[in-house]
Design a protein around this ligand. Structure first.
Ligand code: SAM
Ligand code: SF4
Length: 369
């Protein structure tokens, strides 16, 4: 039965909800090995065995939102708030460019005040100038107005990562205060696409109250949205958040949670063959080689931390976040070794857009003719 479903996935790139759920429930190591071998074949064929680096600069933990799972939520008074000075953010990006990262992600808590919007626009323009427009720029700055998305795009950002967190509206409502809207987040994903960004989304895996069915639906949600990139990862509890009260009942053992994350990556690869999929840092929080396991399950993007070490302690979305005390160049060296050890190479100095995005651009040209 497993062989049959995997063959169907490899041949067609399509599975129904029941089949996806069945694969998500696999527990035996020999079955998991089959699943990962299958998704790795698809990865090799459609996106190759190059891991793209995105240096991530987590430049502020000031946030106007209050998501129940997040360690830097507005109401967590234990978090020491920071914003990295503009020039230092730019320097981190320039450092990543010189280290041939090809591309960086600017991420922070959500703010929509004019001062913040202007600052981000200035930073984007300056990074573009200082790097001869060679450095790719992804933003992960939450929900914004159409005008803001447009201004940042016009300034030079070309990718945007906005996780839907869960595609199940009822679960979304349970994970957020009443003024956080699922529909608005979906509308933002649409706006981002219309503005011209390559759009990435994702979910947290292993959330309290989340079922295998929900995760299967998440994968079909990404497919329906025709997404270009996925950045999803395990949910990890943070004691100073409201969701911590669910810990005893819902926390999965690390190995089980890691495997669930890897299964989600593998299924995403089988269902959306030519998109970019990140092996997120949260995988590494669960096992020291979690990110390499992510690559072997089908991911093709790694996001080394390029944030100045003095600020990393305060960007604790979850407990035991890895690499908080390594400096950025150590992260580069250790990751390069790790990636090469599994027989892959790093796509230094290139943006590494997903073939999926490239194909859509080509189609646009064809239709325009
Ligand atoms: N504020 C922006 C937003 O929410 O889109 C970007 C920064 S936010 C810290 C980035 C991601 O962190 C969120 O989309 C969420 O999925 C993830 N995150 C927050 N708390 C987490 C936790 N406890 N475990 C794992 N991931 C978490
Ligand atoms: Fe803020 Fe993002 Fe954390 Fe939500 S997930 S509290 S928006 S930083």
């Amino acid at each position: 039965m497993l062989d049959h479903i995997l063959k169907k996935a490899e041949d067609t790139g399509d599975l129904n909800l029941d089949e996806i759920e069945q694969l998500l429930r696999l527990e035996e190591q020999k079955d998991l090995d089959k699943l990962f071998a299958s998704s790795y074949r698809v990865k090799t064929q459609y996106v190759g065995r190059t891991a793209w680096f995105r240096g991530i600069v987590e430049f502020s933990n000031i946030c106007i939102k209050d998501c129940y799972y997040c360690g830097i939520r507005r109401s967590n008074s234990k978090t020491k708030r920071f914003i990295i000075p503009e020039n230092d953010i730019i320097e981190s990006a320039v450092w990543a460019w010189k280290a041939e990262y090809g591309s960086v992600v600017l991420q922070s808590g959500e703010r929509d005040d004019p001062e913040f919007v202007d600052m981000v626009e200035r930073i984007i323009r300056e990074i573009k100038k200082r790097t001869n427009s060679e450095l790719g720029l992804t933003l992960s700055l939450g929900e914004q107005s159409e005008e803001t998305y447009r201004r940042w795009f016009d300034a030079g950002a070309h990718r945007y990562l906005l996780r839907i967190e869960t595609s199940n509206k009822d679960l979304y409502v349970r994970l957020h205060p009443a003024d956080h809207s699922f529909d608005h987040r979906v509308a933002c994903l649409q706006l981002l696409r219309e503005t011209g960004y390559q759009v990435g989304t994702g979910v947290m895996i292993g959330l309290p109250m989340q079922t295998h069915r929900n995760l299967a639906e998440d994968l079909l949600f990404f497919k329906t949205l025709d997404i270009d990139m996925i950045g999803m990862g395990p949910y990890i509890f943070h004691s100073d958040t409201p969701l911590a009260s669910f810990r005893t009942e819902w926390e999965l053992p690390p190995k089980k949670l890691l495997n669930l994350g890897l299964k989600m990556i593998a299924l995403a690869r089988l269902l959306m063959r030519d998109i970019n999929i990140a092996a997120t840092t949260a995988l590494q929080a669960l096992e020291h080689n979690g990110r390499e396991q992510g690559l072997l399950a089908g991911a093709n993007v790694i996001m080394p931390n390029a944030t100045d070490t003095q600020y990393r302690e305060s960007y604790q979305l979850y407990e035991n976040k890895p690499c908080t005390d390594e400096n950025a160049s150590m992260c580069r060296g250790c990751l390069q070794r790790r990636v090469e050890q599994i027989g892959e190479k790093i796509g230094f100095g290139q943006w590494g857009d997903s073939p999926h995005f490239a194909a859509r651009q080509d189609n646009k040209v064809v239709t325009a003719k």
